[in-house]
Write a protein of this length. Sequence first.
Length: 235
Amino acid sequence: MIKTFSEFKRMKKMRILNFNTRFGGEKRTYKIVDYLLDNDFDLIILTEFIKNDKGSEIIEKLIAKGYKTQPSNKDGDLGPFIASKEPFVAKAVEDRWVEVYIPWMDLHVLGVYVPSSITGKDMFWKKILDYAEANSDKQVMITGDFNTDSDSLDKTDHDLNLDKLEELGYINLWKYNSINEIKPFTVVPPKDDGFKLDHAYISSGLASILEDVSVYPDSKIRKPEISDDSPLVVI
């Protein structure tokens, strides 16, 4: 029986997706589902997911393909959502926050959707950093829409929180393992060069057993096709 993430990686190439669906997908739901299933992702973290009719459609399609699913918010608000081919235990399900544990891979996954407004952002970041510190000795991935840009030239206190994650020993997968693009961003507004708002960080313990991993933003499907954010793919 496979018991660790490293054994799973040796057995097959794991595909992980972090993707902001843009207001839950709306009329683009069928395109989102097609993208998820056509790429055969093993672990999916969606943000701006809404538990409504469209969100339920995504859940039903994934469950039909053998995924276990867990949304964070149940009241129609935007939040993160996790789907996995491997069984998991939901550890914490709160507003904009969903944490699961995949036992046979000994993997902890935290999906977050950080508030974009200043109000509530400080408290939410404190919560992330507290979690990161408390679980730094485990195999952990923290991923989602951080609404925080690690490459900003004029860093705010919120941007510096990404640096604090690294100070706790977490590895920014995009920073160290990216496949370069001409515009390596997840969000590209009309009048800006772009922003890296969607991230994937892993604990040092998890990094030590990953022999090869690549990260890239799948900009081919950025709006208007599916979303205004590029999916962040970890393979």
